[in-house]
Design a protein around this ligand. Structure first.
Ligand SMILES: [Zn+2]
Length: 243
């Protein structure tokens, strides 16, 4: 399937969203015990969630993100998106970005074109049927990329720069602390919204990083803010501010 160029209307909408995001904040008298002043030019970070949607955990995450005015990026498993179409629609309606994480979570390296299409093409079709567009970035499971994946992706390949390995111990405090102590401007954070502990960690991280002057944006907003085009078959793991 050919990848469509973003329409001018989409670009305009993204630009408007960005200008809104980057507008100067009104000056307020900071309480004497304020942790840190909010930077005039916010540091940007993209929160990404893999392996969903899950009816057990994703709704609470979406509610928490909405309440905080935070936009995230969800890399969905096609088979689960098919089972939870309302969650996918809710994500899109809330302004989150949606990407592909294959149809049933398999490593994409070494696959034939037919097998690749059965994973990526099929997942893209599920999302297209739900959302009416076909322009979804790809996060390969396990971050596994080879030349075949790059050649066949037909989408930018989005990896990450901060990985607390939330699946390893499902420990909210450790996961949140790992992110807060490692994060830098332009990072892409990896979490999995299928674990309640990761949902809790994500919401804690948001509250702490907001206080530290970070703004949360989708992956496409992060790269657009810094004028970096996302090209099909290229691998991206973070987008620091220009020197
Ligand atoms: Zn995964």
């Amino acid at each position: 399937m050919a990848r469509r160029a973003p329409s001018p209307i989409w670009l305009l909408a993204a630009l408007c969203a960005l200008l809104l995001l980057l507008r100067p904040r009104p000056l307020q008298a900071a309480p004497a015990d304020a942790v840190q002043p909010v930077a005039a030019q916010p540091k940007l970070v993209a929160l990404t969630f893999d392996d969903g949607p899950s009816p057990r955990t994703t709704p609470r995450l979406l509610e928490g993100l909405d309440r905080r005015g935070v936009k995230a990026t969800f890399f969905l498993i096609g088979a689960q998106a098919e089972e939870e179409p309302d969650l996918v629609l809710q994500m899109a309606q809330s302004g989150h970005q949606i990407g592909i994480h294959t149809y049933d979570h398999v490593a994409l390296t070494g696959l034939s074109q037919v097998d690749f299409d059965a994973q990526v093409g099929r997942a893209r079709q599920v999302l297209t049927d739900l959302l009416g567009q076909a322009d979804f970035p790809l996060r390969p499971p396990y971050g596994a990329v080879d030349d075949g994946v790059k050649r066949r992706a037909n989408a930018p390949l989005i990896l990450w720069s901060v990985d607390p390995e939330d699946w390893s111990d499902r420990n909210t405090q450790r996961v949140a602390a790992h992110i807060v102590s490692n994060v830098q401007d332009g990072d892409i954070l990896l979490l999995h919204d299928i674990y309640p502990e990761s949902v809790d960690a994500a919401l804690q991280v948001i509250d702490q990083l907001h206080q530290a002057g970070y703004a949360f944006v989708t992956v496409e907003e992060l790269f657009a803010a810094r004028g970096v085009p996302l090209e099909p078959g290229h691998v991206y793991s973070r987008c620091p501010p220009p020197e």
